[in-house]
Design a protein around this ligand. Sequence first.
Ligand SMILES: [Fe+2]
Length: 231
Amino acid sequence: MGRKVIKMALTRPEEAVKVLENVVRENSGNFGMIARALEHFVATGNRAKDIAQVLSTRMDGKGENFQNELEIAGYFHDVGRCFAKDKKDHAFHEIYGANWFEQNAVALGITDSQEQANRMAQYLRPHFIVKEQFEMPEYDVWKKGLEGTDVNLLLPKSWNELVIIYADLTNNGGKIISFEERVADIKKRDKETGNMRLKALETAETRLLKYKNDVELALKQGVCNGGYLLK
Ligand SMILES: [Fe+2]
């Protein structure tokens, strides 16, 4: 008897985008403009793939899977905006998205492996400033149903998670911009609107800048170190 080989199959990017478009359309009530949201989702996936491609050159055999998973995780990184109870600011969409991906990726044919679905779900979970928001009492109102969340999972530990964070924060409407410009733009908007997210962003800024520096150094050197895992 030969050893059973379990092969993971991830759907093609075009199919993944179709699934994403359907989910967003079905939940259009959570969005001001579907087209604009989708543009950001797709741009983030494309950017994640480009970054992963550069980083993957030294990954001894892991590179192709790294790129494919990150492209598709990038497309879905904000899918939780569809399910957030906070219809205006989509608080905790990172957690809703990760939970949704774990529960639906296999059924929707994104992957045929639950293990892969779970791994990729974690690429979505700690993006942006969800950890700081989760710890702010001001956000308690949006935590109903999320009490079981493991706060430890809200900080990135792997290159895979870092690539999604970086890809998300270096593109605006499909245009590549600097990390600093993007953060400054979000802060400016939050100041103007009095959004409580500003406090979370100011608390998180130092750690976000560290990720940015670590990713940019890795992009320059083509080597992933700095103490992050590789999944
Ligand atoms: Fe997001």
